[in-house]
Design a protein around this ligand. Sequence first.
Ligand code: B16
Ligand code: MG
Length: 217
Amino acid sequence: MTKKAFIFDLDGVIVDTAKYHYLAWKNLANSLGFDFTPSNNELLKGVSRVRSLDILLSIGKINLSQEEKDKLLAQKNEEYLTYVNQMTSDEILPGITALLSYLEGQQITFSLGSASKNAPLILKKVGLFNKFSAIVDGNDVSMAKPDPEVFLLAAKKLNKSPQDCIVVEDAAAGVQAAKNAKMICVGIGDSTILKDADFTLASTEEFTIDFAKKLID
Ligand code: B16
Ligand code: MG
């Protein structure tokens, strides 16, 4: 039997960068004269930076030119990077370090499959960059999740067929992308939101070695 491979989403699976995205988006909204709540932030999970700004501006009922939007995108990312630059390995989500070490020991390859254009920097900050056999992120794809492009490209880089890939995702659009790619999907979070995943775990802490063994056997 062919060995399985894993494809991990970044934000919400490897690290919780959503809290930093939130701070930067909230400050941007406040500077434009409206508030941006934690529940608004849920709408941005797994969504690209450009699309996130469009969602935020629609919440504030603001119309801007492309030039003004580009300025705000740069401003948001600059603030976001000040938080990212302070990240350390302490921010790796529970269970993930042990899981990656186990997969390495079993010679099971894994790739990143993230919408973030900052993914390589974040992985370097938390000391995981060299562990991944491949990295596919927002710089490599033209179509956002739920389009399967990001995961299909990751499978190609890992030299695996889609049916041998197991995607780990926390966003509904990401689960959809995995299913559109005809891959096995483990959802991390609320099982009603991630209802199309093959398995759901409430948090990364539940992604035990025993659970991983069942997936790969
Ligand atoms: P950046 P993921 C996504 O990461 C985040 O969930 C989403 O909130 C963010 O807008 C997107 O990355 C783009 O991030 O601004 O760094 O390019 O969950 O796909 O790993
Ligand atoms: Mg995510």
